[in-house]
Design a protein around this ligand. Structure first.
Ligand code: KG4
Ligand code: ZN
Length: 340
């Protein structure tokens, strides 16, 4: 059967702690449903076994709701896209098995999506609020809880990793730093909120020197731990008052590490479109400073709306859309790939 001109794709995301489903009609979002998982908060991080169980509970109602709110019957779908990896094996298995069964039951193609490529393709999602979509090529910083990559994007299916973190991910640096301050998981959004009231110049954190486009966050984490311990031990200090300044200092150091490499890549490759995606791209400081960097250099910057920054299924369906158009279908025996 020739591919549909205006494909209707169901996307399913279950790589970590969000169960999500979305329907895209010819690249336009018709629905984007997410069920988060609160069970992890009390443990200070995602507990893989609890995540799998919650995905099992959520997946049927979430897919149902995505189809219902899109006004699409499952028989109208042209393909099912799902996150193959990277992610937690048990969590990925839930989405993979569900997508395989649905595609088999409906007799339609299955599309196995790489979660990190999907974070980048979130830029191409079209919804009812118009915004500029980057042309190719563009440089993308993919910054999430598990990954930090600088990618040259030549086309929807043509990407080259220029560099990445040598140790922790940027989101991990936010979350671990937040934990040192006694903030609950995930700490990134809270650090962002406190940082808005803080002075990033109050304290000093050393920045790493890494080669090429590679980055490192583990030294920063240790330095921040020492700083927090030191501030806490000062007899005249009120930690409540210092928290915004500590958050602002940490956030600025993470942003500096990221943007130095993005600036270097833009200057060296001559690619004048820069973009960010992934959970950390929801950070208000990073968003502002990426725009400011583009303005200073005479480049253009692209930042997805909040809903498409953190894990979502619209981006999985978008990646699926391009795999579908290229005829890159996956077998019904496709298994999860938890690691790259
Ligand atoms: O992409 P994502 O939703 O899941 C992964 O694939 O990892 O990213 C989650 C990460 C977490 O580390 C979270 O703390 C971070 O994104 N994050 C933020 C903000 N919102 C989410 N970090 C800093 N500032 C934010 N506003
Ligand atoms: Zn993600």
């Amino acid at each position: 059967m020739p591919p549909a001109q205006a494909p209707i794709i169901l996307g399913i995301e279950s790589s970590c702690d969000e169960t999500a489903a979305a329907v895209l009609v010819n690249g336009q979002v018709r629905s984007n449903v997410i069920a988060g998982q609160t069970v992890h908060q009390q443990w200070g991080g995602v507990v893989p076994e609890l995540a799998s169980r919650a995905h099992q509970e959520h997946i049927v109602p979430v897919v149902h709701e995505a189809l219902r709110s899109a006004g699409v019957r499952k028989e109208e779908l042209h393909a099912v896209a799902f996150t193959q990896g990277p992610g937690l094996i048990g969590a990925l298995l839930v989405g993979t098995c569900f997508a395989r069964s649905l595609a088999q039951g409906l007799g339609i193609p299955l599309l196995a999506v790489d979660h990190l490529r999907a974070h980048i393709l979130a830029h191409l999602i079209v919804d009812k609020d118009p915004r500029p979509i980057p042309g190719f090529p563009f440089l993308n910083l993919t910054v999430s809880g598990g990954h930090t990559l600088l990618v040259l994007v030549r086309g929807p299916l043509d990407m080259e990793v220029l560099g990445g973190t040598l140790d922790d991910a940027a989101g991990e640096a936010f979350d671990k730093g937040a934990k040192m301050l006694g903030l609950p998981y995930p700490g990134g959004p809270l650090v962002d909120r406190y940082a808005r009231q803080g002075d990033p110049g109050r304290y000093h954190l050393p920045l790493p020197s890494t080669k090429g486009y590679d980055m490192s966050f583990s030294g920063l984490k240790s330095a921040f731990n020492r700083l927090v311990t030191d501030v806490r031990e000062r007899p005249d200090v009120d930690m409540e008052q210092e928290r915004p300044h500590l958050c602002a200092t940490l956030q600025q150091a993470i942003i500096d590490i990221l943007l130095r490499k993005l600036q270097k890549a833009g200057r060296q490759t001559g690619v004048e479109r820069i973009a960010i995606s992934g959970g950390v791209s929801a950070n208000s400081g990073l968003r502002e400073q990426v725009s400011a960097l583009a303005l200073r250099e005479g480049w253009r910057s692209f930042i997805p709306p909040f809903d498409y920054c953190t894990d979502n299924a619209a981006m999985i369906a978008m990646a699926g859309h391009h795999l579908y158009l290229a005829g890159r279908f996956s077998g019904l025996d496709t298994v999860p790939l938890p690691r790259h």
